[in-house]
Ligand binder design. Structure first.
Ligand SMILES: [Zn+2]
Length: 105
């Protein structure tokens, strides 16, 4: 994404992607990087991990650890609070997409 507005939206869209996926199934960093890149969001681990950390600080995500082939992997899950923020964002997004004409509802 390029341009002033798109750069500002970019961060929020990433947060919504993360909350959405982590609300469906536990997710881990490299999976998220892959998933986001399929949607055109190129993120390095150095960008993603601080975002995950902030989402945890805000109590929107939580993680647990699992040993995968001898390596500790952190799985992230959306909290109740994260889910309610996600749902609120969805209402605003739906409203906006109707208004600016992306969706015909
Ligand atoms: Zn996604």
């Amino acid at each position: 994404m390029s341009g002033y507005v798109n750069k500002r939206l970019f961060q929020g869209f990433i947060l919504l992607h993360i909350l959405h996926h982590a609300s469906e199934t536990p997710v881990f960093g490299s999976w998220l990087i892959e998933e986001l890149s399929e949607h055109g969001y190129k993120l390095s681990p150095g960008t993603l991990y601080p975002i995950l950390h902030h989402l945890e600080e805000e109590q929107l995500l939580e993680h647990y650890e699992e040993n995968v082939n001898g390596k500790i992997r952190k799985y992230y899950v959306t909290t109740e609070q994260g889910l309610s923020e996600l749902n609120e964002a969805k209402r605003y997004l739906t409203e906006l997409t109707k208004e600016i004409g992306i969706l015909e509802v």
